[in-house]
Design a protein around this ligand. Structure first.
Ligand code: SAM
Length: 293
């Protein structure tokens, strides 16, 4: 049972055969449009020498398209009810392995070492993500510094816009900085609700994150850098000086130290966080660091 799972008729047949009912709490919105799936795989830039990691294969619609193109696919699925279905729908592919695990708890680095090391030329994460955990999943993949070339995933359009946002836009914030620190982010396509069953409540988009060989900017202490960026956006209407003064840990002459660091970094204290580039945040956090260590 392996030819294009992602048609409305085929999907309905599979769901009926197994009496499968969707769990909203697991973000189960399955794709029923083969063209969209082929487009996702196209944007992922995989080849027959590539490995792919999928998160949430569902009934195997995207897994199938990846298996046709890539050397090997490993898919993490949390819902045990889907395992017998996947064993059936993907039975013709011997290059797919399904792991029954919550991706947020999985030892992804260990799985990569075991399944892909020395066997593929490059490794990509490709997925139609469960929307209730998109940001934690992407941040886990980035923070663990896995040996990935790219991450190409479907997620809420609003979150994709924030991840790819540039300084000065209303979507730009600490999530844009966290993602762009590790990757070059671009929104690859906007996807209508009608290609899912059941249809999600929000608009969707596919984001492509090309992993940088080294982070976009030089920071002395990554966790302090991210703390400074989060603090700078605590209240969007406040100035950088006021946000940092209220958010950074208490200490002697805190406001004076922040003012001095802003001056050393060439940043006007009256600016708002949303106007600062990654480079400016890096310089600022490096100047602040010795005072808050
Ligand atoms: N890939 C399929 C498709 O495109 O039709 C299904 C995508 S559906 C949006 C999300 C999938 O992720 C579901 O199969 C769901 O059970 C699974 N899932 C949800 N939370 C998960 C988690 N924490 N770890 C692994 N899989 C998860």
């Amino acid at each position: 049972m392996n030819k294009d799972i992602a048609t409305p008729i085929k999907t309905r047949q599979i769901l009926e055969k197994y009496g499968f009912s969707f769990k909203k709490s697991l973000g189960q919105n399955f794709l029923i449009d083969t063209n969209i799936l082929r487009n996702i795989v196209h944007h992922a830039q995989v080849t027959e020498e590539s490995g792919a990691i999928e998160i949430g294969p569902g009934i195997g619609a995207l897994t199938e398209q990846l298996a046709k193109l890539c050397k090997k696919v490993v898919a993490f699925e949390i819902d045990q009810r889907l395992l017998p279905i996947l064993a059936d729908t993907l039975s013709d592919y011997d290059n797919v392995k399904v792991i029954h695990e919550d991706i947020l708890k999985a030892d992804v680095a260990g799985v990569i070492e075991e399944e892909f090391a020395g066997k593929v030329r490059d490794l990509h994460v490709v997925a139609n993500l469960p929307y209730y955990v998109t940001t934690p999943i992407i941040m886990k993949l980035l923070e663990e510094k896995l040996p990935l070339s790219g991450i190409t995933v479907m997620l809420q359009k609003e979150v994709a816009d924030r991840m790819a946002a540039k300084p000065g836009s209303k979507e730009y914030g600490s999530l844009s900085i966290a993602v762009q620190y590790y990757t070059e982010a671009s929104v690859a396509m906007i996807v209508p609700k009608t290609v899912f069953v059941p249809q999600p409540n929000v608009d969707s988009a596919v984001i492509h994150l090309a992993i940088r060989e080294k982070p976009a900017v030089d920071v002395i202490d990554e966790s302090f850098f991210f703390m400074v960026t989060r603090a700078s956006f605590a209240q969007r209407r406040k100035t950088i000086l006021n946000n940092l003064s209220s958010q950074l840990p208490e200490g002697k002459s805190k406001k004076e130290i922040i003012l001095k660091s802003l001056e050393e970094s060439g940043i006007e204290p009256g600016r708002r966080g949303e106007t600062l580039s990654l480079e400016e945040f890096a310089v600022l956090s490096n100047h602040l660091l010795p005072h808050f260590r």
